[in-house]
Each structure stands twice: as C-alpha cells, then as structure tokens.
Design a binder for this molecule. Structure first.
Ligand SMILES: CC(C)(COP(=O)(O)OP(=O)(O)OC[C@H]1O[C@@H](n2cnc3c(N)ncnc32)[C@H](O)[C@@H]1OP(=O)(O)O)[C@@H](O)C(=O)NCCC(=O)NCCS
Length: 212
C-alpha cells in the first residue's frame, strides 16, 4: 500500500517535473534571446554556452529534446534547427568562427551525439543518427615541435544528405559529403565522400552496396 502510494506520488512528480522543464527551458531560451518556434518540448536540462551572438541560434517548430542538451556558439557561429526535429539525451553542438550548423526538419538524433563545427555542417531532412555518433568539421594541426594543446585548427565543411541513416558509433571527419539516402554501418569512420543510396561500412568507410 505504501509502495503504491509512493509510486503514484512519483508519477505525479515526474509529470510535474517534465512540465517544469518545458516551461523553464522556454523561459531560459527566451531570456537568452534564442529564437524558437511553437511547441518546443525540452524535458531535461539545457546548457547554453554563448560566446558569440545568441540570435545566431534558432530552433524550429515542434522541437523535442529529452535533455542534457548543450548548444555552444562562438564568434559568428550559427546553429539552426529545423521543424519537427527530435534529440534524445546528451546532444552537444558547437558552432565556432563563421560556421553554420544547419539541421533540417524531421532529423532524429539519438543519445550521446557530438557535433563540432569550425566551418559549415549540414544534416538533411529526415536523417536518423543512432547513439554515440560524432561529426567533426575541425581537427588540430600537427606541426612538429608544437604541443598538441597549442596547435591551430584545420577546418573543412561536412554535408550529410536527406534520409541518411547512421548506425551506432559513426564518426564523420572533416570535408566529407554523404549523399541522400546513404546508410553508414555501425562504428564506421567516414573519411571520404559517400554516394547517394550507398551502404558504407568500416574504417575508413567503404561502399559495399547500394540500396535497392
Ligand atoms: C550497414 C548495415 C545496415 C548493413 O546491413 P545489411 O544491408 O544487412 O548488410 P550485410 O549484413 O549484408 O553486410 C554487407 C557486408 O558489410 C559487412 N558489414 C555490415 N555491417 C558492418 C559494420 N557495421 N562494420 C563493418 N562491416 C560491416 C558485412 O560483414 C558484409 O560483409 P561481406 O559481404 O564481406 O560478408 C548494418 O550492418 C549495420 O551496421 N547496421 C547498424 C545497426 C545499428 O547501429 N543500429 C542502431 C539502432 S537503429
């Protein structure tokens, strides 16, 4: 009986907690001058790290996120999230310098995702990214005689098409273009371009067939 009562209380508390986060996050984003659309539902914590212009971050209509979201912009970095986008927990996006990170409508991103952009990165409509993936449009130079911590960065844009599917644990390196409808197998490292509708696997990712 006591356990049942506690369970009911916890369920009510959970619902209240979810509503609290949705409300709190709308106010948090609004007070930081982030533009967002209708029906934004962020049901966990958000961290904004604004070292650039807050108006450079926009979130479309019907955005859902389960929390632990980090949006980080520096200099003139822009983060643009389209309509009907879904983020699971622990999604971290950084746009620095003149980079635009453009995430199109209906994109789904599963937990523990990192996107690091010192130049443009785009993800096309309806693309699905499984857990533990990362996209890095920047990397350290490796000039001999300079400690890695002090190296400058190299940057090259990344373009990911529409209706693409990443399996778990995919890494995408700088300068890569992944075509519409492509499938990237679990734990692949994408180091060169992938054609439309290709199924690519391995390290480095190679096309093994095409969708039929
Ligand atoms: C890429 C993938 C979709 C291909 O599936 P498929 O069309 O059934 O392809 P096959 O199983 O016929 O594999 C084709 C070849 O690629 C190899 N291969 C498949 N997936 C691979 C992977 N992730 N890494 C390395 N090689 C892989 C297979 O061994 C096979 O090689 P072979 O021709 O030498 O025997 C699938 O293997 C995959 O990685 N799925 C991701 C699962 C996942 O992460 N789910 C997350 C939740 S949605």
């Amino acid at each position: 009986m006591i356990k049942m009562t506690v369970k009911i209380f916890l369920n009510v508390f959970k619902k209240f907690n979810t509503l609290f986060y949705i409300f709190y996050n709308r106010i948090y984003l609004w007070s930081n001058n982030i533009r967002f659309g209708k029906n934004m539902r962020i049901t966990g914590s958000v961290t904004l790290i604004i070292r650039g212009k807050s108006e450079n971050i926009t979130v479309g209509n019907d955005f859902t996120c389960l929390g632990e979201l980090v949006l980080n912009n520096r200099e003139n970095g822009k983060i643009i999230i389209g309509d009907n986008v879904f983020f699971d927990k622990n999604v971290e996006i950084c746009a620095a310098r003149d980079a635009t990170v453009a995430i199109a409508g209906k994109v789904t991103i599963c937990p523990r995702f990192i996107l690091n952009a010192g130049t443009d990165v785009s993800i096309g409509e309806s693309t699905v990214i499984a857990a533990n993936c990362n996209i890095n449009a920047s990397e350290r130079q490796r000039v001999i005689g300079i400690e890695m911590i002090r190296q400058e960065y190299l940057h090259a844009p990344i373009s990911i098409g529409s209706d693409v599917w990443f399996g778990v644990g995919v890494s995408v390196l700088k300068g890569v273009k992944i075509g519409d409808g492509a499938i990237i197998g679990s734990n692949a490292v994408v180091a060169s371009d992938i054609d439309d509708n290709a199924v690519a696997v391995g390290v480095p990712a190679k096309t093994v067939k095409f969708r039929e």
